[in-house]
Design a protein. Structure first.
Length: 108
């Protein structure tokens, strides 16, 4: 997947990527003995792009479908700062989106 990686300026446990933000801080200990062998995989939080760049995602869930002319052709044509997203489109245009800081859809 992409090469967009940036540590949060205020919290070094957060890593921003093209698919969302990952919390790299300590994981809570499992209290269930059956869960002892399971490894918790950090899940993306916040906004990002799907692996094929066709969706804007929130917390890893598809949220807004991007028509092909509005998709970046590669991960270097994507930038995110807070809830503001910039996408260099394959059409040659650049779009800027200011997204809600709150969860945009209940249940996501």
């Amino acid at each position: 997947m992409g090469t967009f990686l940036e540590f949060d300026k205020d919290d070094s446990n957060k890593l921003h990527t093209i698919v969302g933000t990952f919390n790299l801080g300590p994981m809570p200990l499992a209290t269930d003995p059956m869960a002892e062998n399971l490894v918790d995989t950090p899940q993306p939080s916040g906004y990002g792009l799907s692996n094929d760049f066709s969706w804007i995602t929130h917390n890893g869930h598809n949220l807004i479908w991007l028509p092909s002319e509005y998709r970046p052709s590669n991960e270097s044509l994507f930038a995110m700062h807070g809830a503001t997203m910039a996408i260099g489109c394959s059409s040659g245009h650049v779009i800027f989106l200011e997204l809600s800081k709150e969860c945009p859809v209940s249940g996501l």
